[in-house]
Design a protein around this ligand. Sequence first.
Ligand code: AMP
Length: 230
Amino acid sequence: MKMQSNHDSLFIMLATLYSVLVLSSSQDFDFFYLVQEWPGSHCDTEQGCCYPTTGKPASDFGIHGLWPNYNDGSYPSNCNSSNSFDASKISDLISRMQLEWPTLSCPSKDGLKFWGHEWKKHGTCAESILDQHAYFETTLKLKNKINLLHALEGAGIQPNGQMYSLESITSAIQVASGYTPRIQCNNDTSGNSQLHEISLCVDSMASDFIECPVLPNGRSCGSSVEFPSF
Ligand code: AMP
């Protein structure tokens, strides 16, 4: 009887120790998607787009967001409503964000609403490692590590309204970056599948690209997709 209760106590101690260790090391998320979009494909849709109040964005991929994700393909969102977006915390980044993270929604905007949405929905879920300034600065830094347009152009894939095989687009990014991208498409006004977003995965410390733990079903592309001009 005594023997049994010693075993029970030992079991309870080990179970407690295990749960303390597992809970304290468990993460809010497993990795990030760095999502970039082609402005030509955002605009060339039924919905259309509006250029930012600062003018037409460059003919380049723009940031959509840095999104924390779980390895099972699900993701956390809107994690802390009390940590609201505060533009004064990123005043030194605004001019870069206007260039590299352009808003395209209508009517024309200055970008604050789009960036605030990304912070509220996605950024607040990574606040354990990135405060507001770090979230935006890190996203800009990651975008500049791999130039997606150069990667595509280096493989002869130009934003000229031509169709390209999905395989050639994936392979061009893979060759240039060393990582497999997630490609998402939307439809132009005639219903053609077009290259809309390219995502690369980033480790949970937001420091380096990694091979994606999961490539979730996005809006799927046809086997050949249009790369519209912008
Ligand atoms: P998310 O909520 O972060 O998953 O992003 C989806 C939302 O972002 C949709 O409402 C899109 O219309 C919007 N969105 C995507 N790209 C842009 C952009 N460049 N400017 C403004 N809104 C955008």
